[in-house]
Design a protein around this ligand. Structure first.
Ligand code: SF4
Ligand code: SF4
Length: 218
């Protein structure tokens, strides 16, 4: 069981930018609506750009982005912001709806990965050079070929079973190659927005309000 403090997500209209900045300084994530169809995600500035334990970074990854700006001035000095892509507005709306029942800027959660396994389903794990070297050193070069892996768009990715589960995910939700698992798997943080979204999508487990309208499509 992993116990983690996660950021709560709150929506703010344009005129409430001071409240949005104060909320983020308390550890929350703000969805700042510059207009009804234009939003900015504001999160605490990561201490390092490659700090994979930083849940703010993962809240940006979950929008399909990998860059952010730390403002020096303006409404959000010292905080990290990104413009939310139009095709991700439903994601930030959903986060704020989910967290509308949580009163503080952060909350403690306890997630049991062995009762979950959601992030090991319907995913796309890309194998990098370090993963390939690790497999070879462990005498498991076979993991780079079918049925375990395949090529897609010039990359090598793990394959999934027909039911969407990773080939390495055992029935008890343990990883069959845990000690040599891909880097993307080992850095994936519990209670990140990617984790919470996977739990909603795969298990219909909500850390907050259930969606009024299913936001992820069919
Ligand atoms: S989705 Fe989250 S809680 Fe579930 S197995 Fe993955 S990291 Fe653990
Ligand atoms: S390799 Fe292991 S940790 Fe990674 S997705 Fe598959 S089962 Fe999950």
């Amino acid at each position: 069981m992993a116990r983690v403090v996660r950021s709560v997500v709150r929506s703010f209209k344009a005129k409430y930018w001071k409240e949005a900045a104060a909320f983020v300084k308390l550890g929350g994530h703000a969805v700042y609506w510059e207009s009804p169809n234009r939003a900015r995600l504001v999160v605490p500035a990561p201490k390092q750009n490659d700090d994979w334990t930083d849940l703010g970074i993962w809240s940006i990854f979950d929008l399909g982005l990998d860059r952010w700006t730390v403002r020096k001035d303006g409404k959000f000095p010292g905080l990290a912001t990104v413009k939310v892509p139009d095709d991700a507005l439903h994601i930030v709306r959903r986060r704020a709806e989910r967290d509308s029942i949580h009163p503080e800027a952060t909350r403690k959660v306890s997630f049991d990965c062995l009762a979950c396994g959601a992030c090991c389903r319907d995913n796309e794990v890309v194998l990098d050079d370090e993963d390939k070297a690790r497999f070879r050193e462990a005498g498991r070069e076979d993991l780079l070929k079918k049925p375990w892996s395949k090529r897609k768009d010039g990359k090598v990715i793990l394959t999934l079973k027909e039911n969407g589960r990773c080939h390495h995910l055992k029935r008890d939700n343990k990883c069959a190659i845990y000690t040599i698992r891909p880097g993307a798997c080992s850095v994936f943080p519990v209670a990140s927005e990617c984790c919470i979204a996977a739990r909603e999508y795969e298990l219909e487990t909500y850390d907050g309000l259930a969606p009024e309208v299913w936001p992820w499509g069919d």
